[in-house]
Design a protein around this ligand. Structure first.
Ligand code: HEM
Length: 496
């Protein structure tokens, strides 16, 4: 029977059909051809390229390739051309010097899913356009602490939510606990208050489900099979289906808030960011749909709380591992603030050692080793190589953070590397751009730094963090995804 089947398959007509199918498959799925002088890189497998070598941690493969090819290399990923940049200089050439060309986010199926099926919505995974520019300008103004009304509101919300965080941690009574969700809860409520005047009253089951939806979305991140084979997008993978479902859950949640706000909107007295957006929409100044507004809120909440939570969780771990730094920070807080009042954003400029420590936490933890990809709006060059329009560009932040020329002894956790001889902070932006730069620079940068500063200053004023008795080390490892956390751990917060 088997012999008959093989013979049947080898019949000339069947062989011809298989050959035509293979040819058509290759023709439809072949990578875009690269004209000119492309950056060097592995050719990968026929049709799929290097797609399966990325795995759940693309950064491991990128680091390996950077050893072989240097500062910039190219990859064939299914039907897409991808360029990975490993050095500050080349990344600055792209997003600062040639920022107008590298201002796009690429046309990727996962980015589309993050923006509820349309990359003209929202602000973060959105393609470059006039309307994206207008929306992001509006967001930047709403989150700019240099504007006095914004600063005042931010200050009030931050103070009250951080006070609640201190109460929450005090309730642990010096016993071992996992700080993740307590800290996340604080950031979610600060951002929620600014965006739509809403806070969760308690960390109950409903809240945990809500937060897990956001975190899972960013953990699914990008680099999905459908990203590299857009012509197969209709055969959605399990992960793509999950992402679509999670985004829809958040859209429904935001839409409900939007309806409630619209019912109670008073144009002369906007209460929060959502009110401002609705007013702009009504006036026709920002031509956005309701779904678009929900995507903007969604981008801000998800990009907002997950990044600062991950940084703070990494920060506590690093301070326990480096008790001398923790002690120095407490000495600075005691000197500048004392114990009679809570530290606020107004103390920021007087605490250079804490500011330097926050930069060092970001560099060593590198919670987003490969931040959101960029796309090219026209043919250009980078590092002397030809880069065609619609190339996907990724920055290997993990490699830049460990560059021994810019950061001597890069594995060492050493905040003093950002302090000059007068004790003044020199931000690392000329060595790596931790908040991006150019057209797509993070609009939440100042806001994020203000939040992380206030949370950390208050925590260290009130508590000393240690490993629980009998525990000698933190578990090793990190989660996957766009925003990465350390493997969950327990510490004790001893009241000072
Ligand atoms: C430690 C905290 C944070 C870090 C390290 C961080 C980092 C980044 C980076 C690297 C980018 C990409 C920039 C580029 O392509 O050049 C970005 C974009 C973005 N971030 Fe942040 N971010 C943080 C916190 C926040 C917060 C608190 C918000 C909002 C409340 C926010 C909102 C956004 C948005 C909306 C974008 C997309 C901007 C665009 O595409 O035009 N981020 N962030």
């Amino acid at each position: 029977m088997a012999v008959v089947s093989v013979a049947t398959w080898l019949a000339p007509m069947n062989l011809a059909i298989v050959a035509v199918a293979l040819f058509l498959g290759y023709f439809l799925l072949r990578p875009n051809r690269w004209r000119g002088n492309p950056p060097p890189g592995p050719s990968g497998w026929p049709v799929v390229g290097s797609m399966f070598e990325l795995g759940n941690r693309p950064v491991i493969f990128f680091n390996k390739m950077s050893e072989r090819y240097g500062n910039i290399f190219s990859l064939n990923m299914g039907q897409k051309r991808v360029v990975v940049v490993n050095s500050y200089e080349t990344w600055a050439e792209a997003i600062v010097e040639k920022g107008h060309i590298f201002a796009d986010r690429p046309d990727l199926a996962s980015f589309k899913l993050q923006e509820a099926g349309d990359q003209s919505r929202g602000v973060a995974f959105t393609r470059a356009s006039e309307i994206q520019r207008k929306k992001i300008k509006f967001v930047r103004a709403a989150f700019n602490p240099a504007i006095p009304e914004v600063a005042e509101r931010f200050y009030t919300i931050l103070s009250s939510e951080v006070a609640l965080l201190m109460q929450d941690i005090a309730k642990e009574n010096g016993k071992p606990f996992d700080p993740h969700h307590v800290i996340e809860f604080c950031y979610v409520n600060i951002i929620g208050m600014l965006l739509y005047g809403k806070i969760f009253q308690e960390r109950n089951e409903q809240y945990m489900k809500w937060a897990a939806t956001f975190v899972r979305r960013l953990a699914l991140g990008s680099c999905m099979l459908v990203d590299w084979f857009p012509s197969l997008a209709y055969i959605t993978s399990g992960k793509a289906k999950e992402l679509k479902r999670l985004v829809q859950t958040m859209m429904d949640w935001h839409m409900k808030l939007l309806e409630e706000h619209r019912q109670t909107l008073n144009e002369s007295n906007p209460r929060d960011f959502l009110d401002y957006l609705l007013i702009q929409q009504q006036k026709g100044k920002l031509m956005v749909s309701d779904t678009d507004i929900c995507c903007v809120l969604d981008d801000l909440q998800s990009n907002g709380f997950d990044t600062v939570t991950a940084n703070t969780i990494w920060g506590i771990q690093l301070l326990v591992q480096n008790p001398d730094v923790q002690k120095k920070l407490q000495a600075e807080i005691d000197e500048v603030v004392g114990s009679g009042r809570a530290p606020t954003t107004k103390d920021f400029r007087n605490m250079p050692y804490l500011e330097a420590t926050l930069w060092e936490i970001q560099r060593v933890a590198i919670m987003a080793p490969i931040p959101g990809a960029r796309g090219t709006l026209s043919d250009t060059t980078l590092g002397g190589f030809d880069i065609p329009k619609d190339t996907v560009l990724m920055a290997n932040h993990a490699k830049m953070a460990m560059n021994p020329i810019n950061f001597p002894q890069p594995q060492k956790f050493d905040p003093s590397r950002y302090l000059d001889e007068n004790g003044v902070v020199v931000a690392p932006d000329k060595k790596m751009m931790l908040f991006g730069n150019g057209f797509r620079i993070c609009p939440g940068m100042q806001f994020a730094r203000g939040m992380m500063f206030t949370v950390m200053a208050n925590l260290l004023q009130r508590f000393t963090f240690q490993l629980p008795e009998g525990v000698t080390a933190f578990p090793v490892g990190r989660t996957d995804g766009l925003v990465q956390y350390p493997v969950s751990y327990k510490i004790t917060a001893i009241p000072r």
